[in-house]
Design a protein around this ligand. Structure first.
Ligand code: FE2
Length: 201
């Protein structure tokens, strides 16, 4: 795997006013970059360094797992957002959300509620799980890959992700993500890579 911190897919200030440039810079350089540095310290130069990040996540335990998983989670996070994102999903995504949540607002309510109920640090995800879309949260560095779920989009619920912009108001941060940041094209691409199976009753 490559231990270099990749560029964001947009400018640091591109998500303003919903996420500030300082938040993105600190989050990417200090947190995401810090996990990459730690991962290199743990396995750099070893045979394991030649493995893909996904393989390391799937096989590691303890501190190595947590560090590798946080690198994977942050890579996925940056691609989960885009400037002028959010709002209504495109038709095929809307149809999938209706099948699983009753309507698009049902998805939004579930996402908000689960994000607010996550106690402490973690992540909220829209995943594909046995052919259905689900909203789920994970604690700390945990991620859906180890549960056999396919992640479609994520939002970081660690306070470092939003405290500069929203202080303790996680709800406003989550609503800004849904209304203005979520990249539905990224969801569509992940769903297309693994389309939902026909539902069994
Ligand atoms: Fe983070």
């Amino acid at each position: 795997m490559d231990f270099a911190l990749r560029a964001l897919p947009y400018a640091e200030n591109a998500l303003e006013p919903y996420l500030g440039a300082e938040t993105l810079r600190l989050h990417r350089e200090k947190h995401h970059g810090g996990y990459l540095d730690e991962l290199e310290r743990l396995i750099g130069g070893s045979p394991q360094a030649a493995d893909s990040l996904e393989t390391i996540v799937a096989t590691a335990t303890g501190h190595l797992f947590e560090t590798a998983a946080q690198v994977w989670n942050h890579d996925f996070l940056w691609r989960s957002m885009r400037p002028r994102g959010g709002g209504d999903p495109p038709g095929p995504i809307a149809e999938a959300l209706v099948r699983s949540f009753g309507d698009v607002d049902g998805f939004r309510r579930m996402f908000r509620m689960e994000a607010m109920e996550q106690f402490g640090s973690g992540w909220i995800w829209l995943v594909l799980d046995r052919g259905r879309l689900r909203v789920t949260t994970t604690d700390n560095a945990q991620l859906p890959l180890t549960r056999g779920q396919t992640p479609l989009v994520t939002l970081d619920l660690w306070e470092h992700a939003y405290y500069l912009d929203y202080r303790n108001e996680r709800k406003r941060y989550v609503e800004a993500f849904l209304d203005h940041l979520i990249d539905w094209d990224f969801v569509a691409a992940n769903l297309k890579a693994e389309p939902p199976r026909a539902q069994s009753v």
